[in-house]
Design a protein around this ligand. Structure first.
Ligand code: FMN
Length: 408
């Protein structure tokens, strides 16, 4: 039964005081697995910036900040990620794109190159997506690399993998629409992973098309593609791996907003590490509360500090329970001190505790990140919370929270 299965995952990934105590013990960053997959040097490569028709891809996932921390490169991307661990890779099948050999490519985010893994002509990935004819354009595949996240978060990473995936799906959708194109949802079949050369270290979790089906028939690939490990080493958590083997039945297409300044938002976006509550207007609080909410989610904004509007729990844009809830919210969110300066915390609940609702929550949070850029306020996704305490605010399951406040 789906519900009890998801119930088991929830129980196994609960955040408890003991878990938090273990996390505070020493984490050796020298043992962090590689954050970027690298195909061998002999693979044919194409610079993404040389192809203006692929600008949407260039702006979907890229490094927008690089520095050295503890003698190691510390890279941050246009999309946020729990712990900055980035357990996602992107692949594209490109067919009939002018100036590019039709093939299946890995998007190498470190070098911003497309790395060809297989050339295609009469063959392709279409049969593994339920299509009998060639798809002209791009097929984008997003994969999850669980060990990058489970290395730090153990089983709790199940949640962060899907939240991170939601952020990346929303970024893809916004980017594609910004460049005047449309996404189509595709449904991967079981064999796709194997033919992409993936074992138990990486799983295709979402596939989208940008283009159209043609009348020309297509054959399946005659053999799986080369296998390259996505991390330099890995350790397996059997429960995590078994739950990732099924592709989440995430069927709705994200309806992300467009912003004229999307490209500069994407370049400068950062998660807030501190807030100045005086720098956020009440109008902005109200506008962010009224963002389109997907049916699968229950959104509970809690206003912590404002100029003239009432503080408290809001429902449909109106204050339902008036009060100062800073200490309750701080406790719920593991006493992460910087949240005390936030103007509002948006709690994202869902009736169904499943992969799809986590993806939806990630998409919704990415929308909030972009809206905050537009309103010039700061925000941060918060995936660390005491699950049991969250029942104070709703009967549903808390999946994610976003702290929002004035920029310092
Ligand atoms: C799913 C998810 C959970 C997160 N949880 C927390 C959190 O509990 N506390 C926090 O301070 N930041 C949290 N963050 C923000 C990340 O720490 C941040 O995205 C990462 O360090 C990269 O920084 P950047 O967003 O500025 O690129 C979370 C982000 C995501 C996507």
């Amino acid at each position: 039964m789906t519900y009890s299965y998801n119930f088991e995952v929830r129980e196994q990934t609960l955040l408890t005081p003991q878990w938090v105590a273990n996390q505070k013990s020493f984490l050796d960053w020298d043992t962090q697995p590689a954050s970027f997959k690298h195909y061998p040097h002999f693979c044919y490569r194409v610079r993404l910036s040389d192809h203006p028709s692929l600008q949407w891809l260039l702006h979907t996932r890229f490094i927008n900040d690089e520095r050295v921390v503890a003698h190691k490169p510390y890279r941050r991307l246009n999309v946020p990620s729990a712990g900055n661990l980035h357990p996602i890779e992107i692949y594209v099948q490109l067919r009939n794109i002018p100036g590019i050999l039709s093939g299946i490519y890995h998007v190498d985010v470190l070098s911003m190159e497309l790395v060809m893994i297989a050339e295609i002509a009469g063959e392709g990935l279409e049969p593994y997506l339920g299509m009998e004819t060639r798809f002209s354009g791009a097929i984008v595949m997003l994969s999850l690399v669980p060990f990058r996240s489970s290395w730090k978060y153990g089983l709790r990473s199940w949640r962060y993998l899907y939240l991170d995936l939601g952020h990346q799906i929303a970024a893809l959708s916004t980017s594609v629409r910004h460049f005047g194109l449309e996404l189509t949802k595709m449904s991967p079949k079981e064999d796709l992973n194997r033919f992409m050369g993936m074992g138990e270290e990486e799983f295709i979790a979402a596939v989208y098309g940008i283009g159209e089906s043609t009348a020309r028939p297509v054959k399946p690939l005659h053999k799986p593609m080369m296998r390259v490990q996505p991390t330099d080493y890995s350790e397996s958590l059997p429960l995590l791996i078994s739950t990732l083997q099924t592709i989440p039945p995430y069927i709705s297409l994200p309806t992300t907003h467009g912003y004229e300044k999307y490209e500069s938002f994407n370049l400068s976006r950062r998660s807030a590490r501190e807030f100045d509550p005086n720098q956020m207007s009440d109008d902005t609080i109200m506008e962010l509360m009224c963002l389109n909410i997907p049916d699968s989610l229950e959104i509970i904004p809690v206003v912590l500090q404002a100029h003239t509007m009432q503080c408290g729990v809001y429902l449909n844009g109106k204050c339902a329970v008036n009060g100062n809830f800073i200490s309750e919210i701080l406790h719920l969110l593991l006493e992460q001190r910087f949240i005390a300066g936030a103007n509002m915390v948006v709690l994202i609940y869902a009736e169904n505790f499943c992969a799809s609702s986590h993806i939806e929550a990630g998409i919704y949070a990415q929308e909030l990140y972009m809206a905050c850029e537009y309103h010039e306020v700061g925000c941060s996704g918060i995936g660390a919370f005491y699950d049991e305490e969250a029942s104070l605010w709703s009967d549903n399951a808390l999946l994610y929270a976003v702290a929002i406040g004035g920029k310092v």
